[in-house]
Write a protein that binds this ligand. Sequence first.
Ligand code: PLP
Length: 458
Amino acid sequence: MLANSLIELDRAHLVHPVASWRGHEKAGVRMLTSAKGATVTDAAGQTLIDGFAGLWCVNAGYGQDSVIEAATRQLRDLPYATGYFGLGSEPPIRLAARLADHAPGDLDHVYFTLGGSDAVDSTVRFARYYWNARGLPQKDQFLSLEQGYHGSSTVGAGLTALPVFHAGFGLPMDWQHKIPSHYTYRNPAGSNPAAVTAASVAQLRAKVAEVGGPDRVAAFYAEPIQGSGGVLVPPAGWMKAMRDVCTELDILFIADEVITGFGRTGPMFACTEDGIVPDMLTCAKGLTSGYVPMGAVILSDRMYQVIADHAGAAAIGHGFTYSAHPVSAAVGLAVLDLYEGGLLDNGRRMGARLQAGLAGLADHPLVGDVRGRGMLAAVELVTDKALKTPLPAAALPAQRIFDRAWNNGLVIRAFGNGVLGYAPPLCCTEAEIDAIVERTRMTLDQTLEDADVRAALR
Ligand code: PLP
């Protein structure tokens, strides 16, 4: 009864992110009521394994007492402190220092935001300021990858390459340009890692030339693994090769680690596995494990000193009311304690089990590709393995598979083109990882019984 009235209130008043508003009115909200560890419980009382950690963010798992206690303590002691006017509070200072410790190379200076989108926005502001400070204001063109996702603010959505974030919004802006993704499974250069990397390097160089040469290009953005584009893993050495081109051409390299940070792929930051030091690194999600909002830009000392020297005594005009929020930072510290205290290790073990388990689905008639690293993975469905034919759009693969997995007790991300995404909490047990794989197999077997899918199968 209560649930039904909430569904009506939701329909009437709550606008949902990245949704068909009419479609949502029709379908109604599916409500979650509680969560613990790697599981969530819905309003019908069903408990499911959250194979997507909310929105790839609850890395530490739900209901961690130490996190709840840290937030409660901070709410009681000092629920808010601005960083303006030279003021501050302890948690963000300590969190900044610990992040600088974990981040590679000279990524030493942390600017806290409210999430990933405004972290990406902040990098654009810092990049522009930096090039102005270096006397090169004409370096004002920004490059990113097809299939990339960099947030939903106007600037971030323009760097994003997913068409749904552009259509009707007047995006991208004329200073935002894309090069093809490495997308190994469907790369015209073939699946050979060296060929894929060489193609990307050539495409980056060509795009730089096309927009006016290195003197015009401010920055290049890359996710260590493209998340919202379908969990696209670049070949080993790809990040390093792209970083090297940027260094050679004096273009800032920005690693967007909003998804890949905080143990998602194994280490604290994925770019350490790639052996690179970006000029700026963005993070969010696992930073607070989704318990409260927070993101960050970690700036290299090289950039920081140029900006600071140039501004001298003048204020650098970038800040939010909630920059360096003490409650979010207190949560961040408690979550870091968990990561350092064994959760990253567990995530690495469970990640290996997840990758092996999903790889075991490769012989399923609907599975074209299985890919991922650590606790980040995808299964790409096709109806013809040789031709790599996606599931027919008319079969509404995303909604149907999402619903079916849900009924099987598993939350996954089902991308529109029939790619299944996985990003379970790092606290998963072996039994939960095995259940994720088994419930996926069950979901695929059921999908194989659909008349339209069967008809398309080759
Ligand atoms: N960058 C990447 C790589 C992301 O995956 C996301 C969100 O999924 C963002 C930026 C935007 O973060 P937020 O949704 O916290 O604004």
